[in-house]
Design a binder for this molecule. Sequence first.
Ligand code: NAD
Ligand code: LMR
Length: 331
Amino acid sequence: MVKATVIGAAGGIGQPLSLLLKQNTLITDLALYDVVNSPGVAADISHINTPSVVKGYLPPDGGLEKALKGADIVVIPAGVPRKPGMTRDDLFNINASIVRDIAVGIAAHAPKAFVLVISNPVNSTVPICAEVLKKKGVYDPKRLFGVTTLDVVRASTFVAEAAGQPTDSLKFKIPVIGGHSGVTIVPLLSQTSPSVSLDQSTVESLTNRIQFGGDEVVKAKDGAGSATLSMAFAGARFASAVLEAASGKGSSQPEYAYVDLTSESGGKEVASAIGASPAYFSVPVTLGPNGVEKIHGLGKVNDYEQGLIKKAVEDLDGNISKGVSFVESSK
Ligand code: NAD
Ligand code: LMR
């Protein structure tokens, strides 16, 4: 029996993500929580003839508690998205308190759940979640993930295009490390597998496109939000990887996620490779029954990529401290 809870289930990401999770046959209970419209989304999705039983919850009458109670995995796409001209950090003022309050609920009702944070700014909302769980004495760093899968998904699509093989995007694997905003997103194109020959100017334009792929969608949506469908795909893919690993059928292929580098011994090596800080970084991880089982090293990184990492770390330090201070100053 596996219960999955989506918080923010009626939103642009929440609806297609819930639809994709309904197709995951490992899930037996699918709880859809939102401050609006979740009963309607749940009624609709519940007619699909896959194994999970779907229920929708709203805030009144302990809806959050009921949605979270006994959850094995909680996926959080709750909060506001960007509009053109905004950075992800501009979402902090609204989304920080939304994520903090959800984390309080998780601490009380699903303290052992795997927690997958999608809400931006991920660089700060993951530390917010961690600090709340620490305060409540239930923090398990192996079980908390900032979802950065969309960066990895974009990287393989964009590299396949640049390599003139757009229909082969699935075969291109590119490590994308760091954080999830602008220059904190660091694609390691020199490690593209299978290898592709790219001149430096193509490497730089591809790097920029991967770092600012989210802005491409924000601009195209022209005020109607940010990536939702590709994010739902990426979020469902990562949630499946977590659940498959939890069921003992994990893949040997690493996943990338923004995690606490202290969660596993390999994190120390990554921390020293990137300059001993910051505390959270998107890294290749092997997942197991208890979440992060192994943090892999970053492999051979060239001088250009070292420069990108340096810039990422500078920004990330500030993003992380901002999240930590927010919880410290919260009542
Ligand atoms: P949206 O506005 O379409 O949906 C957000 C949903 O959250 C809404 O249904 C809203 O009612 C709900 N919500 C608000 N406060 C809530 C609360 N306290 N509890 C439960 N639900 C609540 O936005 P969206 O496009 O789905 O984006 C959601 C978030 O995901 C944004 O912060 C966005 O920046 C982020 N995002 C992250 C990534 C990533 O790669 N990690 C990718 C895309 C978007
Ligand atoms: C993305 O990468 O698409 C998301 O983080 C949403 C955004 O604000 O760009």
